[in-house]
Ligand binder design. Structure first.
Ligand code: TEU
Ligand code: CA
Length: 551
């Protein structure tokens, strides 16, 4: 196993809009992040992933880029960025940028040109087609709108957008477009950034014929990921990008890859000749039935099977419970019914995930056990995905179902402001923030936890320190340990050292016979101070050094 810095990293994901507001306009910004670098150093993380900070009309909160090389006005200036990068590096923290090149904003100059005429040199930077019988070129549905096509009166053709209509898909068949992307990436690398998280990167190649999706009901629009995900030419583009941008640099790239599975994941890695690692979505879809909004009970046995297979399927994983697109982990996979169960289950989730083999990605607020937000009305929503879904549900007569789904799985749950302390607006800003503040900020915030040795925050700090100081917890082989349905237990083995990780993922005590007698001080980290020999308490989790290799 090749040792690399990005394998020995805990990456802290910052959603800049909601992290810290330095100029009191209610919107987070780069200078706000600079102000909090000491906190990141104290927490012990050694890398940061910034969600998009580029100029954008914010139709999709920065995932609709208008200029890849200008900082979004409300986030600050390029000088602020340079200072942030420099200060992060001075503190031993690497910076991963968010690369969104499946699509741009419709206000990007390339698209402004492209839509001017069929002969425009930028026409082929995007995917334009004539309609069929006065309708869309095919029946593809988009993630955010009923159809994945929008009609352009000017040139009387349709353009493809897998996301919002203000996010036209780039045409990766076009070599000049690809070269322009690689040149942009290299200019960011030349500024000193340490890598990229690549937005829906496995969707950039589409089936050449753009065929209709098949559906077993007579829906007009069909979600046709089989024709725009994991297409053959994708691997050529990723290899080309690797050679043009990454080779020869001490950098990392993590691909965000919906629809990937344990059978095709390695085709995206190919021992880093394409991507270094991926974000798989099978965990993110574990409680989805017909859609993400149709919420199923979280199944621990399914979780164990899924995580074990991923630990064996690829040479290196990314490890995450949530991000800016997902609900808050402790609300979704833990238990926020009481303060005690919230704290216990948040610590249990931390051990369960972040001691697996892989690079840990912590989403801002995860380390203090931030929860979903009890939105009470439509006008509190900010996310285009939820807003569009709500409006379609209103027209379609299923608003109750939709609102329940939005409360449980809406992306705004993860986008309420970081809760720094119990002062107004949770210490995020002196001005009314762009999105509501979770009312529980007076109980759940950094300040109240930083000096509390029993807090979730202190637990995360110890966990990060333990993980990053320990080769076995970084590079050790994973092996699942059999046990009751509710118990996720595994070992990490490296040379002659072995650790046992045990997590009772349910709120009931459960018998769990340990094969070895533990010596009390072998408990390196736990959410309980007392342990029974063959009984796990509700949400009990711990990591034990087993010393020399035990069978
Ligand atoms: O997300 C891609 C993606 O698949 C998400 O749309 C996810 O499936 C959905 O939000 C689950 O609720 C990336 C970015 O992370 C997301 O913020 C952007 O909206 C999207 O791409 C388009 O750029
Ligand atoms: Ca601001």
């Amino acid at each position: 196993m090749k040792h690399q810095w990005w394998k020995e990293s805990v990456v802290y994901q910052i959603y800049p809009r909601s992290f810290k507001d330095s100029n009191q306009d209610g919107i987070g910004d780069l200078r706000g992040i600079i102000q909090q670098i000491d906190y990141l150093v104290w927490l012990g993380v050694n890398a940061v992933w910034l969600n998009p900070i580029y100029d954008s009309p914010n139709d999709d909160m920065g995932y609709d880029i208008r200029d890849y090389e200008t900082i979004m006005t409300e986030f600050g200036t390029m000088e602020d960025f340079d200072e942030l990068l420099d200060k992060l590096h001075q503190n031993g923290i690497r910076l991963i940028m968010d690369l969104v090149v499946n699509h741009t904003s419709d206000e990007h100059p390339w698209f402004v040109e492209s839509r001017k005429s069929k002969e425009n040199p930028y026409r082929d930077f995007y995917i334009w087609r004539e309609g069929k019988d006065g309708k869309e070129p095919n029946n593809w549905a988009s993630f955010f709108t009923p159809s994945a096509w929008d009609y352009d009166e000017e040139t009387q053709e349709w353009y493809l957008h897998l996301f919002s209509k203000k996010q036209p898909d780039l045409n990766w068949n076009n070599k000049q477009m690809r070269e322009s992307v690689y040149q942009m990436m290299n200019r960011w690398f030349d500024k000193g950034v340490d890598g990229f998280r690549m937005d829906v990167i496995n969707l950039i190649a589409k089936h050449p014929d753009l065929p209709d999706g098949e559906s077993d009901n007579n829906n007009r629009y069909v979600f046709s990921d089989r024709y725009f995900a994991m297409q053959p030419k994708l691997h050529d583009y990723l290899r080309e990008m690797r050679k043009a941008c990454f080779d020869g640099r001490d950098c990392m790239c993590v691909g965000e890859t919906p629809f990937v599975n344990t059978n095709n994941a390695n085709s995206l890695l190919e021992s880093s000749s394409q991507l270094d690692m991926i974000f798989q979505f099978e965990l993110m879809d574990i409680d989805s039935k017909s859609s993400k909004w149709d919420v199923a009970e979280f199944s621990v046995p399914k979780f164990k099977q899924l995580m074990s297979s991923w630990q064996k399927a690829v040479p290196w994983n990314s490890l995450f419970w949530s991000n800016h697109d997902q609900p808050r982990a402790v609300s979704r996979f833990g238990d926020v019914s009481t303060e005690e169960s919230r704290v216990l289950s948040a610590k249990m989730l931390a051990i369960a995930m972040h001691l697996l083999k892989g690079t840990s990605f912590l989403y801002q607020g995860e380390e203090i056990g931030m929860t979903n937000c009890a939105f009470s009305s439509f006008d509190q929503l900010r996310d285009i995905e939820s807003i569009n879904f709500y409006r379609n549900a209103e027209n379609g007569g299923y608003l109750d179902f939709a609102w329940n789904g939005i409360l449980k799985k809406g992306r705004d749950n993860a986008r309420t402001v970081m809760q720094w302390d119990d002062t107004k607006n949770a210490g995020f800003s002196k001005t009314e923030p762009w999105i509501m503040v979770n009312p529980n900020y007076t109980q759940i915030n950094v300040a109240s936890q930083q000096s509390n040795p029993n807090s979730i925050l202190d637990f995360y700090r110890n966990l990060i320190q333990l993980k990053l100081s320990n080769e076995t917890l970084i590079y050790g082989e994973f092996d699942l340990i059999d046990g009751p349905d509710s118990v996720f237990s595994y070992t990490r083995t490296y040379q002659d050292e072995q650790y046992l990780i045990v997590c009772n993922m349910k709120n009931e005590a459960v018998r769990f016979d340990f094969s070895q007698e533990f010596i009390q001080d072998a408990f390196l980290l736990s959410n309980y101070t007392f342990h029974y020999k063959n009984l796990l308490q509700p949400y009990e989790a711990f990591v034990v050094r087993l010393g020399k290799n035990h069978d």
